[in-house]
Design a protein around this ligand. Structure first.
Ligand code: AMP
Ligand code: ZN
Length: 459
């Protein structure tokens, strides 16, 4: 079955044609490990997880690389301000190296809870300093660089296609409307390849280089590590939409002149998860972590479910009300799956194949998760036999990763009690209903009454 992806490069949905038949090389910009990831960041990794699962569902062999940014990402896109790692170190009175280790662990802890499969390769920037220096030297030889008092910069005016990818208005940038920039930079869009350590203090993370002691700029790591692990040309590069204008534009500018050809065939970008008040961001301090959701009693996989409610290219406005609804729907779906295990019914091969095909088509169509979920619901509510429903859930959950089949078994009698309670509620016998709820509570079964009927969850 054909796969279609929306490509930022062409601003079009295109049929996916791999470089090597049956294989897909995917590079994703990973976390900057100076703090916990917020649920907006996690949305980006959820999207990338569905992407990898979609390829596997289509029997592709995949090579998925995601970097860990543990040095050089500055607080300002204009390459000024503080290194985020040093910022984290100061905040916690620890060494930058310890901060990197702590938040890398925390990141994988979160992604595990969300059933995000760890990419095959997750290289750290600090393990690739030598390669980055080598790459900067190549750019220097090709006369793309210049030196200022604080580092080696890439001269974006030397790369004629610089504005193409993001359709940037360089004149507008020059007028200084967008980002403030250091007087020493030749163009506002120029970016640091190597930054010098300050002369008056020692950084936790610094390395010798042909230009002096310092550390790499943020962008260079992605060019170097993606090529090291995926080859000079590969299929897909992903990240959040905030990366289009600066980070990915710079990655392309520093890569294509060196390799002398087109670098990446498909660029995929997820839109943001926002709050009513605006973007969720670590630097603004207005962020919610996965642990906050857990502390409020939500299941991490209910957040995964929530993200499927919108295509990855659509903004999600996060609210606690929305989160509650997602948890209810997720519980309700799991309940229906567990009931389907006990259902008999008549088999219906035609309908089975229809659901299977439709789901596959939706997922292959630029990861249309909202429609794919609608098919899951139609299927579970249909009169397919229980056996067929479970067979389809097993297939679909390879993509969804919602653990739909792994529900713990309800304690004996619990289901009968739930049914009795529903009966009592129908007869407005609230006392009995409440008593049964208390009994269920004692058995660690949490019940909730929703528009869809009573749902339950094991606590
Ligand atoms: P960072 O750790 O800040 O480098 O970001 C990690 C990933 O999360 C990047 O791909 C960003 O583009 C993405 N991202 C950042 N903020 C959001 C957000 N609010 N919603 C969705 N993705 C985001
Ligand atoms: Zn990157």
């Amino acid at each position: 079955m054909k796969i279609y992806l929306y490509n930022t490069l062409t601003r079009k949905k295109e049929k996916f044609v791999p470089i090597k038949k049956g294989e897909a090389g995917i590079y994703c910009c990973g976390p900057t490990v100076y703090d916990y990831a917020h649920i907006g960041n996690l949305r980006a990794y959820l999207f990338e997880d569905i992407l990898r699962r979609m390829f596997l569902y289509n029997n592709y062999k995949i090579d998925h690389v995601m970097n860990i940014t543990d040095v050089g990402h500055l607080t300002s896109d204009a390459d000024e301000g503080e290194d985020k790692m040093e910022k984290g170190a100061k905040r916690e009175g620890k060494a930058a190296w310890d901060i990197a280790e702590k938040y890398t662990k925390a990141f994988f802890h979160d992604t595990n809870l969300l059933n995000i499969v760890r990419p095959e390769t997750t290289p750290k920037a600090t393990d690739h300093i030598k390669e980055m220096i080598k790459w900067i030297k190549k750019l220097e030889e090709k006369r793309f660089t210049y030196k200022t008092s604080d580092g080696i910069y890439y001269d974006t005016s030397k790369y004629e296609k610089y504005a193409d990818f993001a359709k940037l208005n360089l004149e507008g940038l020059k007028k200084g409307a967008r980002i403030e920039f250091s007087k020493e930079k030749k163009n506002p869009s120029d970016f640091a390849l190597w930054k010098f350590s300050p002369s008056d203090k020692k950084r936790d993370m610094e390395w010798e280089s042909p230009w002096g002691k310092g550390f790499p700029g943020w962008h260079i790591e992605c060019s170097v590590m993606s090529i090291k692990y995926l080859g000079k040309q590969f299929d897909i590069h992903c990240g959040g939409i905030d990366h289009i204008n600066v980070h990915h534009t710079n990655e392309i500018a520093q890569t294509e002149p060196v390799i002398g050809k087109k670098w990446v065939n498909y660029w995929l970008h997820n839109d943001h998860l926002v709050l009513k008040e605006g973007k969720m961001s670590k630097s603004e301090g207005n962020f919610t972590t996965l642990q906050t959701l857990i502390d409020k009693g939500f299941d991490p996989l209910a957040f995964r479910y929530l993200c499927f409610g919108a295509n990855y290219r659509t903004k999600i406005e996060f609210s606690w009300e929305g989160m509650k609804k997602a948890q209810q729907s997720y519980d309700s779906l799991r309940n229906r799956v567990s009931l389907a295990k006990k259902e008999n019914g008549k088999e219906n091969k035609k309908l089975f194949e229809k659901f299977e095909k439709e789901f596959h088509e939706r997922i292959n169509d630029n990861l249309d998760t909202p429609q794919a979920m609608a098919i899951v619901w139609n299927m579970i509510k249909s009169d397919l036999s229980g056996k067929e429903k479970i067979e389809l859930v097993t297939k679909f959950d390879k993509i969804l990763g919602l653990d739909l089949l792994e529900e713990e078994e309800l304690p004996e009698n619990a289901l009968d009690m739930i049914k009795k309670r529903e009966e009592a509620r129908k007869n407005k016998n609230w006392k009995t209903a409440d008593r049964i709820r208390e009994d269920l509570d004692g058995m660690n079964v949490f019940v909730e009454d929703t528009k869809e009927g009573t749902i339950w969850r094991i606590k």
